[in-house]
Design a protein around this ligand. Structure first.
Ligand SMILES: Nc1ncnc2c1ncn2[C@@H]1O[C@H](COP(=O)(O)OP(=O)(O)O)[C@@H](O)[C@H]1O
Ligand SMILES: [Mg+2]
Length: 467
């Protein structure tokens, strides 16, 4: 839908330091390779690259306007309109905010330590199965793609808004204080949800109170006329929710939305009865684990708050599916595999181990766990705690990889596992080689670790050798 120069200046408070030829510009891009004729190029300074270096390239590719915060030689600017701002990252957010306010879709924002992407996908699936004001929403929903949840990703998401969008479902992520506040300012949410407050990104956020303060910025930013979804099973979220003066929909035990008669469906997902006041619906999820039932309740609360009905919740949740490497059900030689190797922190490790324990059957439960990163000074302690959680979940065999493996082992042995149940591997292949002769048809295998641990390679090794 494009931009006028007046809009760019109004949004960013920038100054034209060189007028160009165009009066109307195309869409905003931050990657010079994606520049098309008439694009607006915003030069961001990232950790590794400063895109001010690529302004010349952007202009050659057709950029008609460039937004910069550092002076550049005239020659590189060609005939492009040049707008100078204090900080291009801030300007990108301001431009996204401007578009959000102009098009005014209903904005649903989700943050939390765990389950943001899952909840966001569930919400989008529910909305796609529902109607607002009698109109089907399918095709009129904008959602965060993948993990575009930071100060660059969120603006780029909102900048994709067009007139057809009635609702935007966005994920807000953080690893240092103040980020959620800024992201929420950009998104200006009508509805907000905090999935959980748990030990993650402690390097930046220090401790649980720090995490809670940071996530709490989302509820503080929700419009007073809006609504928040509150997870009563999380004591931190409950407390944050209590401070919100506007409308709320609570979920979890004692909440307005509750799950009853919860069970595992054929090792493929969960089934439960969703109760909301006097209404109820049988929900079938393609996701395993109690934590995903909680995510589904939250997604239902947020969607009902946005105005769709319970039938849409039921249909939408049945359609929603996990992404690769996030509690993804796979199999290998008749062994049920839960590939959750996308990422890990203490909360999601616990959820995954509890899921493994919840699955029925007589087979062994085997967990292959890699280190959890970004835990700062708490790291050793959290890894010992992980060992304890694994022991409590009655895991039969624990295969460990990483610098913290000894700590996990220590925690597991202290909590009652036997030395021969805990194996520390030297690399992915070593783990696969030691696991292969132990695993039998009917066993269950969980694979998980922080992204940098690339634990999916263990499964690739297992499958590769078999082929
Ligand atoms: N409510 C939850 N509590 C604990 N762990 C969860 C929860 N929801 C999802 N997880 C786990 O967290 C990991 C990441 O899930 P994802 O939905 O991508 O979260 P995020 O976007 O917050 O990183 C997966 O391992 C998933 O199984
Ligand atoms: Mg995510």
């Amino acid at each position: 839908m494009g931009w006028t120069l007046g809009e760019i200046l109004a949004a960013t408070g920038g100054k034209v330091i060189r007028p160009g030829e165009s009066a109307r510009y195309g869409e905003i891009v931050t990657d010079s390779k994606q520049v098309k004729r008439n694009s607006i190029f915003v030069a961001l300074k990232g950790e590794r690259h400063d895109a001010h270096r690529f302004v010349g390239d952007a202009v050659r590719r057709g950029a008609a306007c460039v937004v910069i915060h550092r002076s550049l030689p005239k020659a590189s600017l060609g005939n492009a309109t040049t707008v100078k701002v204090g900080d291009t990252l801030r300007a990108l957010g301001d431009l996204a905010h401007y578009r959000r306010e102009k098009l005014a879709p209903k904005v649903l924002a989700i943050t939390g330590s765990n389950g943001k992407t899952t909840s966001k996908e569930m919400v989008a699936a529910i909305l796609a199965a529902g109607k607002l004001a009698g109109q089907p929403l399918r095709g009129r929903i904008l959602k965060t793609e993948g993990n575009f949840n930071n100060l660059v990703g969120l603006p780029l998401t909102l900048l994709r808004l067009t007139k057809k969008h009635k609702v935007a479902v966005v994920e807000l992520g953080t690893n240092s204080p103040g980020e959620i506040q800024r992201l929420a300012e950009i998104a200006d949410p009508d509805l907000g949800m905090i999935t959980s407050v748990a030990a993650a990104h402690l390097q930046g956020l220090k401790n649980l109170a720090g995490v809670a303060r940071e996530k709490g910025s989302l509820y503080r930013a929700v419009r007073p006329s809006g609504m928040i979804a509150v997870n009563l099973d999380d004591p931190w979220v409950r407390r944050l929710g209590a401070k919100f003066a506007g409308k709320k929909l609570t979920y979890g035990s004692g909440g307005q939305l509750r799950a009853r008669s919860l069970r595992v469906r054929d090792g493929q997902g969960m089934v439960f009865d969703l109760h909301h006041g006097r209404q109820q619906a049988r929900i079938r999820l393609n996701y395993l684990g109690r934590h995903n039932v909680t995510n589904a309740l939250g997604a239902a609360a947020l969607s009902l708050g946005a105005g769709v009905n319970l039938a849409a919740v039921r249909r939408g949740l049945a359609n929603a599916k996990p992404f690769t490497m996030r509690m993804q059900r796979e199999s290998w030689r008749g062994i049920g595999v839960i590939n959750d190797s996308y990422n890990a922190n203490p909360g999601s490790m616990k959820a995954a181990l509890e899921t493994l324990a919840l699955i029925g059957g007589r087979g062994k439960k085997i967990a292959v766990l890699g280190d959890m990163f970004e835990l700062g000074a708490q790291s050793a302690k959290e890894h010992r705690e992980l060992g304890r959680v694994a022991a409590q979940a009655n895991i039969h065999q624990l295969y460990l990889l990483g610098a913290q493996a000894q700590q996990v082992r220590r925690g597991a042995l202290r909590a009652g596992m036997k030395a021969d149940q805990v194996i520390i591997g030297t690399d992915h292949r070593d783990i696969a080689n030691r696991l292969r002769p132990q695993a039998r048809r009917g066993d269950w295998l969980l694979i998980k670790g922080s992204r940098g641990m690339k634990m999916e390679k263990v499964l690739q090794e297992l499958k590769g050798v078999q082929a």
